[in-house]
Structure formats: C-alpha cells, structure tokens
Design a protein around this ligand. Structure first.
Ligand SMILES: NC(=O)c1ccc[n+]([C@@H]2O[C@H](COP(=O)([O-])OP(=O)(O)OC[C@H]3O[C@@H](n4cnc5c(N)ncnc54)[C@H](O)[C@@H]3O)[C@@H](O)[C@H]2O)c1
Length: 287
C-alpha cells in the first residue's frame, strides 16, 4: 500500500506543527489527503499554515495547545475526537533544544526540556492512545526522538537525555501495545531525524551565567549544519513512506542516522567510555 492509500482520508494530529519538521509533516499529510490538526503554542504560525493548506485545497484546523500541560493536550484530544472523529495518525513532534554545560543550565531551561520533550510525548499518549486502541481501526503513533537519541554530545546534555528518553519510552510503548493485544492495528513508531531545516537552534535555550561562550559556540556549530540540513517536506515524504513499509525506526537520512546507531551499538557492546569527537557532532555531509 502507498502512503496515500494508507493515510489518505484519515485525520493526522501533529504537535509543534507551526515550524520545521512538524510543518513539513503537516504539508505532506495534507498532500496525501489527510485532514490535518495543527497544534502548537505559536497561534500565528499554525493559523498561517492552516490558511496555506486550505488555500491549496486541503483540510486543516489549528488548535493552540501547550504539550507541557496535560489538560491542554486532553482538551485537544477531546476536540479532535468530538469534531473530526477517529485519529489515524498522532505525531508527538513538539520539541525544544538547550545549549551549554549541564552545571550552568538554568533550572527553568532544564524543566522546559523535560516538560516539552518528555512529558509532552507522555501527555499525547495519555490523551489519544486509549481512544485509538478502543476501535479496531488501524492507527499510528509517531514519537519524535532524534539522532541525538542514540548519540552522546557535550553541551547539549538535557536535549540528548530527553531524546534518549523518548526513544526508550517509544520502545517500551510498542511492547506494551503488543502485550495489551492491540499490535494488530496500532502501530507505534520512533522517528529519528538527522539534520532537518527548522527553527530549533534559534529558539533553543542557552545559559545566563557560567560559560555562556561555550553554550553560544555550540549553538553556532549547530546553526552551521543548517545550510546542509534536509528540507522538511522531503523529510516528511521519507517518513511517511517508511511508516507504510512497517519499520519501527523511521529515519530521515538512513545512512547518516544509521551510522550513529551502529556507533552507539559498538560503544555499548564494547563497553567503551564515551569519547570526545573532534567536531562534537555527527557530520551530516557524510550522508
Ligand atoms: N530539526 C532537526 O534537525 C531535528 C533533528 C532531530 C530531531 N528533531 C526533533 O524534531 C521535532 C521538531 O523540531 P524542529 O526542528 O522542527 O523544531 P522547530 O523549533 O522548528 O519547531 C518546533 C515547534 O514546536 C512548537 N512548540 C514548542 N514548545 C511547544 C509546546 N510546549 N507545545 C506545543 N508546541 C510547542 C514551536 O512553537 C515550534 O512551532 C523536535 O522534537 C526535535 O527534537 C529535530
């Protein structure tokens, strides 16, 4: 089955749809014939995207939702199930970055990472999955981890920690769905993007005191890779095609992210200590 045969006619709910990867996923889901629910804290961004999608002949609604707040995500779910019916695809995508040494990290920035990147995904699962499991209809849940879910990088520890958490949460969730007897129609999938053009590094937190220079030079290093980053629409097309093929790990750049997965497996299997890389990151140009 093609992505449009599988997903066309269904409802897609995408958190963090106002920019970057989420906006690309929303545009592509609409092209596949899905009704798209755009959820974000940035009301202006999702209103503009809703207008763009509708002007192109698609169907979309925008709902302001803060994934940090369980009641906000529950209100989103209640509205979607009431107004649009069954959800075929939930994408827990909203996420934020943080730069700087861990010991310099402001408490509020640590909490922001935990609340958006980890609790936000949990809130999505809690609000949507029981209803998705309650019918025999096929449905998909994608959680956004990252290449940072399998790599270790200094000066981004809270983010890297959160993406490892999302990967583990998603792997456990897949087993739980199977244990509970829903794996015949509920597809849990982990998304591990490599570098994809977005606003994530601009909107990332930094540090107020301590080594602010180290934090900002890491931000600059990450902004440098944006020039070579994948287009979000192209990334979305790859992810939808992989989802239909039944893979568990959905990967925007299979070679580049795959090499990080292989490296992680090698480090763990040889029980080596983490080693500082010269460039402190995986080079996307090696794709
Ligand atoms: N861009 C990349 O290279 C890359 C790589 C790997 C993983 N990811 C992951 O992809 C996801 C999307 O990131 P992106 O790069 O497109 O970022 P982005 O900053 O371009 O977009 C993130 C969106 O999430 C929204 N958002 C932030 N906090 C929110 C909240 N509390 N509730 C609801 N919405 C909120 C923002 O307003 C924004 O529209 C993240 O989970 C990120 O970790 C991105």
């Amino acid at each position: 089955m093609s992505a449009s045969e599988t997903f066309g006619g269904g409802v897609a709910v995408i958190t963090g749809a106002g920019a970057g990867i989420g906006a690309g996923l929303a545009r592509h889901a609409s092209r596949l014939g899905m009704t798209v629910v755009l959820a974000d804290v940035d009301a202006a961004a999702i209103a503009a995207l809703r207008e763009e999608i509708c002007a192109a002949g698609g169907t979309a609604i925008d709902v302001v939702c803060d994934v940090r707040v369980a009641t906000s995500v529950q209100a989103l779910a209640d509205k979607v199930f009431r107004d649009l019916g069954a959800v075929r695809l939930l994408i827990n995508n909203a996420g934020v970055e943080q730069f700087g040494y861990l010991w310099d990290t402001p408490l509020a920035n640590w909490q922001r990472i935990v609340d958006v990147n980890i609790s936000g995904v949990f809130h999505g699962i809690r609000a949507f999955l029981p209803k998705m499991m309650s019918t025999a209809r096929p449905a998909w849940v994608w959680n956004l981890s990252s290449i940072g879910g399998v790599a270790v990088v200094p000066l981004q520890a809270p983010y890297i920690m959160s993406k490892h958490a999302v990967l583990a949460l998603t792997e456990c969730l897949a087993l739980e769905v199977e244990t509970a007897g829903h794996a015949d129609h509920i597809h849990i999938q982990a998304v591990l993007p490599g570098a994809v053009a977005s606003n994530i590094f601009e909107s990332a937190g930094g540090v107020d005191s301590g080594d602010t220079g180290a934090a900002e030079s890491q931000r600059a290093a990450m902004l440098d890779i944006k020039a070579e980053a994948m287009d979000p629409l192209a990334a979305a097309e790859v992810l939808f095609d992989q989802a239909v093929s039944g893979r568990f790990y959905l990967i925007t750049q299979p070679e580049y992210v795959g090499s990080a997965m292989t490296e992680r497996a090698r480090v763990l299997s040889t029980q080596q200590a983490p080693q500082l890389r010269e460039h402190r990151r995986f080079d996307p140009t090696q794709n």
